[in-house]
Design a protein. Structure first.
Length: 239
């Protein structure tokens, strides 16, 4: 199979198109299935524990919040800011807020690119920043991005970022065609827009190199596997 070569803006536009198409079905069907998975249970445990590790109500940033799947995992939150590249996913997240009982005092949702967060969040700071299923999966993870995240943290603030491990035998490369074939069929549009997202996956060594080149002085990496991937989870704190 031949995949297209795209620059970052083109990939971002492609991801936006994917999730604008998926949004309604993603929340109604995808979220319900996800809530039953071991991965969700792991994320819920980790997110809840990190939130409760603070002795005060916290400000939280969700990078790539999608439909708000993980909002219910958060505890002791004063303000939650969620951003996503897809306007339709943000609209679904608003619907989730209306129907969910959350331990969150206030919520702000924005359509924005996670790579340019410093432009949106001038003068803002957060106790906890997390991102699940975004970096080193559907877009690049870099030390530059991590430094932007670092600068948005309050002293003692924490991050939780998932990535996909590259070169693991049970990885299944996700092309645009595979992702949305069940929604709009195998048509000309899909064939023109194939893209191999596995190019964003990182080996453990490469992930450590990126972290070592960032402003984070200490971190830990935890791993778990599901039916498709081995996931590496970054947990770090601003010194």
């Amino acid at each position: 199979m031949v995949f297209r070569n795209l620059n970052r803006k083109e990939v971002d536009d492609l991801v936006r198109d994917i999730y604008n198409l998926r949004a309604g079905n993603y929340r109604k069907v995808g979220d319900e299935k996800a809530f039953l998975t071991d991965g969700f249970k792991i994320y819920k445990k980790h997110l809840s524990e990190i939130c409760l590790s603070f002795s005060h109500k916290i400000d939280v940033l969700d990078l790539g919040c999608g439909t708000g799947r993980y909002f219910c995992c958060l505890r002791n939150v004063k303000t939650l800011v969620g951003i996503d590249i897809s306007e339709n996913m943000i609209e679904e997240a608003k619907e989730s807020l209306d129907k969910s009982k959350l331990d969150i005092e206030s919520t702000e949702l924005f359509v924005h690119n996670a790579h340019d967060i410093e432009q949106l969040l001038i003068g803002r700071a957060f106790d906890f920043i997390y991102s699940i299923g975004v970096f080193a999966e559907y877009t690049v993870l870099s030390s530059e991005l991590l430094n932007k995240v670092y600068d948005l943290l309050n002293p003692g603030g924490k991050i939780y970022i998932t990535t996909v491990n590259k070169n693991v035998s049970f990885n299944k490369s996700l092309s645009f065609k595979k992702i949305i074939k069940h929604i709009i069929g195998d048509n000309y549009f899909i064939k023109r827009n194939r893209f191999d997202f596995s190019k964003f996956y990182l080996t453990l060594g490469k992930l450590k190199k990126i972290l070592n080149e960032s402003k984070f002085l200490s971190y830990k990496i935890e791993s778990f596997k599901d039916s498709k991937h081995l996931h590496n989870i970054i947990i770090a704190q601003k010194g």
